[in-house]
Write a protein that binds this ligand. Structure first.
Ligand SMILES: C[S@@+](CC[C@H](N)C(=O)[O-])C[C@H]1O[C@@H](n2cnc3c(N)ncnc32)[C@H](O)[C@@H]1O
Length: 413
């Protein structure tokens, strides 16, 4: 796919997801979905005869926006400067299709998993299976709602609790829940961050007895510059580079997690130290807070225990292939997936082979794919037809893959 074509698709997908979107948000969404680095998204070059400094990336995005306008698919919002929305024609052609309340449809299946088009509460309140792990990235709390529906701050904690309650009820003893949510939610017209994360953590303990095991840091070095208002315009903040992945467990002393499943390779220095039988003499460190004994670190171990900062690039070959495949069958690709390596890490660390892993907000079914590769059973739901159908392409080739007839024969009024 050419660069212009993928930029055009990313702009179109941003409108499919958001229906109405400001230019700033459009730049952010497009850069994020294409994995464009901060330096590139904000680079200015001398352009034209006068040689004026201009942001090359935002200029290219606006060019694609004009193409959509000429096709009659988007229009300016009269009362709001720099905000665009889908026209009636645009809504017909590029909007996402949400499932009807109460209706659930099998999307596709494999030997290990099921992808269901439906509201997660409807689906999981009917499924009666022991669940070992839930991994999900729910719709973020956003100031500008996306087409797939983002709850606002007053509704958010209730929305998450209500959505995951049917899954929590079936969590086995020691089962875990991992939630990737955003840290970058600000109070209205303020550079202060919302405390909704803290409220959510307390609510999950108070309502469901879920203990907080950790707040893993997913370090994403390719995040586009943000928060624009508070870092690039008002200069109060630093640019963001991480997102939290909250990890909860219903019985911490029986957690199914095991760091030996996700060991990292020892450094050469550590390998040398082990070979030499560890430290040769006693050493006191940090003003006596701890000490290294003679022989410390001399025992050979299989690998290094992973630290709780996960340095995982957002740019991901599996996501790029999925986006390309979705485009090839004429569907918008999901604009906010997490990378396959993040899902793989969480699945491997927090569950055992053959366990059942659930993702109620599956999007492009990255969790399902990680399970497929790691031999876990999985069930995923998403309420948008386009995401389920597009994701099916990622599973074509898995054992017993089958696309349901309903997915093949769908038509819109
Ligand atoms: C942030 S995305 C998940 C992205 C996913 N982790 C991936 O890697 O592609 C959240 C998804 O939740 C879906 N969604 C929102 N509300 C839902 C509901 N009530 N039931 C099922 N899916 C829902 C949206 O359509 C969207 O695809």
């Amino acid at each position: 796919m050419g660069i212009q074509q993928s930029l055009f698709s990313a702009v179109q997908d941003a409108f499919a997801e958001n229906t109405r979107i400001s230019n700033q948000r459009l730049y952010h969404t497009v850069a994020s979905s294409l994995g464009i680095r901060e330096s590139e998204a904000s680079r200015k070059e001398n352009i034209g005869k006068k040689g004026e400094k201009c942001n090359v990336f935002t200029r290219k995005v606006r060019w694609q926006q004009q193409t959509l306008k000429q096709l009659g698919l988007i229009e300016r919002v009269a009362s709001r400067k720099g905000v665009w929305q889908l026209t009636k024609e645009g809504k017909k052609k590029i909007q996402l299709h949400k499932t009807q309340p109460g209706i659930t449809v099998l999307g596709f299946s494999t030997r290990l998993g099921l992808a269901i088009w439906g509201d997660c509460c409807d689906v999981f309140s009917k499924i009666d299976e022991p669940v070992h792990l839930m991994i999900s990235s729910p719709p973020y709390l956003l100031r500008n709602k996306r087409a797939y529906g983002n709850p606002d701050e007053t509704e958010y904690v209730d929305f998450i609790c209500k959505s995951i309650e049917p899954v929590v009820k079936h969590l086995v003893d020691g089962g875990s829940i991992a939630l990737n949510i955003s840290n970058d939610i600000f109070l209205k017209k303020s550079p202060a961050r919302s405390l909704y994360r803290e409220r959510l953590v307390l609510a999950l303990y108070d309502r469901f007895g879920l203990f907080k095991m950790d707040e893993l840091i997913w370090q994403n070095k390719s995040k586009p510059p943000a928060p624009i208002q508070w870092a690039s315009i008002n200069r109060y903040h630093l640019n963001v580079q991480w997102e939290p992945v909250y990890w909860f467990c219903n019985n911490p002393n029986k957690a199914r997690s095991n760091n030996q499943r996700v060991l990292r390779e020892h450094t050469d220095q550590h390998k040398k130290l082990m070979k030499a039988g560890g430290y040769k003499y006693r050493k006191t460190c940090s003003d006596g807070a701890y000490s290294k004994r003679e022989g410390s670190f001399g025992k050979e171990t299989k690998g290094k225990i992973q630290r709780n900062v996960l340095d995982i690039p957002h740019v991901c070959k599996s996501q790029q292939d999925y986006k390309k495949a979705a485009k090839e069958i004429g569907l918008p690709a999901h604009g906010a997936p997490f990378p396959l390596n993040l899902a793989r890490f969480l699945v491997e660390f927090m569950s055992e082979k053959d366990d059942l892993v659930i993702d109620p907000f599956s999007g492009s079914f990255t969790t399902g794919l990680a399970c497929e590769q790691l031999g876990r059973r999985w069930i995923g739901t998403d309420c948008m037809y386009e995401y389920i159908r597009g994701s099916a392409e990622r599973f074509n080739g898995c054992d017993d893959y089958m696309l349901s007839k309903e997915m093949e024969n769908v038509s819109w009024m």
